[in-house]
Each structure stands twice: as structure tokens, then as C-alpha cells.
Design a protein around this ligand. Structure first.
Ligand SMILES: Cc1cc2nc3c(=O)[nH]c(=O)nc-3n(C[C@H](O)[C@H](O)[C@H](O)COP(=O)(O)O)c2cc1C
Length: 211
């Protein structure tokens, strides 16, 4: 086993540290965040930090990097209160990755990276037509993380769109059926293969496999 202490991590060359530490959480979700500014100019950016915070009300969090440089997604979310999360299809991993490039504000990543913006049900932020799972959220809370200047954006779910082949009768999602990608670090994209499904765990019963 390699053993690294906090002091070792701190001493590593910047890119090596960034690569290693970004991979520590394990597989992360791959979402494209769709926003628009006050004038309706669209923006799209890949985010891997989306996390479930609660089901009733449905709440999701995502972490935005320090706002010391212009962050178009964050600016648009604050301006309109609305943003969308759109699962990255494995077939579109390269295009999704390209949205992380530093595009000027006037240039939409939708056009530059080959995604189609679509507005649904009067919501102010654009969805990604190519995604099989899309969510419309409204900013509810911002939690500044004092330690490093990042911000946890907390949004309530207002709309959910799911391709029928992904939605099982019990409400769970079959993400392999729609080929949703996942991420490690800031550079590796994976296609997931199903391993097993288990029923709600109860002490004394052992893991109960769902056939
Ligand atoms: C795989 C991957 C995951 C990323 N995840 C995040 C994230 O969770 N939060 C974040 O602020 N930036 C993340 N980024 C960086 C943004 O995609 C990048 O800063 C982008 O330019 C932001 O665009 P914007 O200025 O239009 O908001 C990620 C980049 C990559 C390649």
C-alpha cells in the first residue's frame, strides 16, 4: 500500500496532487449543468460534485469552485435562480468534457461542444436534449465552505424528465439501460456495468438480492 500523509499531499507537485485528490471520492456522477444569463445566453458545464441531500422535499447539492475567477454557471444560477442537471450519455463523454474548457461568456458551450439546448415547461434554464435524465432545480441555499472558498449550491428539484427505459416500476433508475457515464478525477470517464441490486437491508437477514 502507498501511504500518503497530509504533509505528503501538500508537498506533491500541483498537478499530481490535483489528479490524486480528485480521484479520492471514487466514481462520481457526470452531469452537465445548463444555465442562461439575464439576456437568455446559454451556458453548459460539466460538474461531478452533484450529491443527494434529501428526498422530500427533493434536494440536490453541487459544489462550485472558488469564485475568484469568473464562473459563468455560478453567475447565471445567482442571476436567474434556475439551473438544470443533465446526465452525460457515455456516447457524449468527449463533448461533455470539452464543456470544461474556458469559453468566453459570449460563446455557448451548447454550440461549441455539440449539445442541443431545449426549454421545457416554462423553466428559465435550458436542458440538454441528448440527456436521458434531466432535472430542473431552483437555488434554495448557498453554503460557503470557509476552508477553501468553494460554495455548496443547494437546489430544490422542480422538474424531472426521465427516458421511459430508465425508470423501473419501483421508482429506481436503470442507468446502464440509458448508458449514463460516470467520472473519476477530472479526466477519466467510465461506462458502468450492473453488478447487483439489493433489497432494503435488515439486520439478521443478510443481503437480500433482487433477482
Ligand atoms: C470531469 C470534470 C468535473 C468537474 N466538476 C466540477 C464541479 O463539480 N464543480 C465545479 O465548479 N467545476 C467542475 N469542473 C470544472 C468546470 O467544468 C469548468 O470550470 C467549467 O469551465 C465551468 O464553466 P463555467 O465558467 O461556464 O461555469 C469539472 C471539470 C471536469 C473536467
Amino acid at each position: 500500500m502507498h501511504h500518503f500523509t497530509a504533509a505528503d499531499l501538500h508537498a506533491f507537485e500541483k498537478i499530481y496532487r490535483l489528479n490524486l485528490v480528485n480521484a479520492l471520492p471514487g466514481y462520481k456522477p457526470a452531469n452537465l449543468v445548463g444555465t442562461a444569463d439575464d439576456e437568455g445566453r446559454t451556458n453548459l458545464a460539466i460538474f461531478s460534485s452533484v450529491v443527494h441531500l434529501g428526498s422530500d422535499p427533493a434536494v440536490l447539492g453541487m459544489v462550485t469552485r472558488p469564485t475568484t475567477v469568473p464562473r459563468h454557471t455560478y453567475k447565471n444560477v445567482r442571476a436567474t435562480g434556475c439551473y438544470t442537471l443533465n446526465h452525460v450519455p457515455a456516447t457524449h463523454a468527449g463533448a461533455a468534457h470539452y464543456t470544461s474548457a474556458n469559453f468566453p461568456r459570449e460563446e455557448s458551450e451548447f454550440d461549441a461542444c455539440g449539445f442541443t439546448p431545449v426549454y421545457r415547461d416554462g423553466f428559465a434554464a435550458p436542458y440538454v436534449a441528448e440527456s436521458q435524465v434531466s432535472i430542473g432545480l431552483r437555488l434554495a441555499e448557498e453554503l460557503p465552505i470557509k476552508l477553501n472558498g468553494t460554495v455548496l449550491l443547494i437546489g430544490t428539484v422542480e422538474h424531472v424528465y426521465i427516458a421511459p427505459e430508465a425508470l423501473r416500476p419501483d421508482g429506481t433508475l436503470d442507468l446502464a439501460a440509458i448508458d449514463t457515464a460516470c467520472i473519476s478525477g477530472l479526466e477519466s470517464y467510465y461506462r458502468a456495468t450492473p453488478l447487483a441490486r439489493y433489497a432494503y437491508a435488515r439486520a439478521g437477514q443478510g443481503p437480500q438480492r433482487i433477482p
